[in-house]
Write a protein that binds this ligand. Structure first.
Ligand SMILES: [Zn+2]
Length: 277
């Protein structure tokens, strides 16, 4: 976890707790080749160290492969999937900088390994983001999204949709980097007849100069010796206005104040926030 993921976790935690709702933790550990052993336990220890209290058991996506396969089969039966032989290079060379251009909709154009793509619906997807306001995306611009990678792993988009329904998630609060994933997820929910949660996308934490959070900053472990101070600055980045002396209170006191005073309106229309130099 780094400052950016702490901000997203804190925003979703506050949103849930201020509404008296449950807060769930899910480990997105599907990408087995990239999962670092011990990383999940470390993340939970960090959350605990920052005073987060989650409800129920942690859900590990690595245990859910058969559910993803089943959803994939349902999409296939409904005629909503097709095999795609395009490599990343094929698509990068395409002039169309937007989504997938539909190259393999009538069947794979090359021999060799294929991914499976979800054939998106025609027309716009509209949702009212809790923080970013009303949003409309044209699915044609988003393009057909991968639901099973060529290595056989379920994609993030499919897994999240299946698990949100399984965990009965009614509200998704996450970073604005996932705003553009939301139309695919809503279209997948419709295709699978799953309920649609509401969405809130929190501002992205950026470097003081507005650049993406640097790799060095992202790999910096959170300072566990200064938890109340770090939480205090996270609240400031979430556009809340904690009283200065709260930085010197206990972790419990910081959360108590933050839950009681959570003001989502302060985040309206904020897509990013800069770290102070
Ligand atoms: Zn293709």
């Amino acid at each position: 976890m780094h400052l950016g993921s702490l901000l997203a976790a804190a925003g979703s935690y506050l949103d849930a707790r201020a509404a008296g709702a449950r807060w769930l933790v899910r480990m997105e550990d599907l990408d087995t080749p990239r999962v670092v052993p011990g990383c999940a336990a470390e993340m939970l220890r960090t959350l605990e160290g920052f005073g987060f209290e989650w409800d129920g058991e942690v859900l590990y996506q690595s245990t859910r492969r058969s559910e993803y396969r089943e959803a994939l089969a349902r999409l296939g039966k409904a005629g909503r999937t097709f095999a795609c032989s395009c490599s990343r290079k094929d698509l990068a060379s395409d002039d169309d900088a937007g989504g997938y251009p539909g190259t393999c909709r009538q069947g794979p154009t090359k021999n060799g390994p294929t991914a499976i793509r979800f054939r998106v619906s025609d027309g716009p997807i509209h949702f009212d983001d809790l923080f970013q306001g009303p949003r409309t995306f044209d699915l044609a611009d988003c393009g057909d999204v991968i639901v099973e990678r060529r290595d056989g792993l379920a994609s993030y988009q499919l897994a999240v949709v299946v698990d949100d329904a399984f965990q009965q998630v009614t509200r998704v609060v996450r970073g604005a980097d996932l705003l553009s994933s939301t139309p695919w997820q809503i279209d997948l929910q419709r295709a699978l007849s799953l309920p649609q949660p509401s969405y809130g996308h929190l501002p992205l934490l950026l470097e003081p100069d507005g650049a993406k959070l640097s790799k060095s900053r992202r790999s910096l472990p959170l300072d566990m010796s200064a938890v109340p101070q770090t939480l205090f600055s996270t609240l400031t980045h979430l556009s809340q206005s904690p009283p200065p002396d709260l930085a010197h209170s206990s972790i419990k006191e910081v959360w108590k104040w933050a839950i009681r005073h959570w003001d989502p309106r302060a985040l309206a229309g904020k897509a990013s926030v800069h770290l102070s130099a």
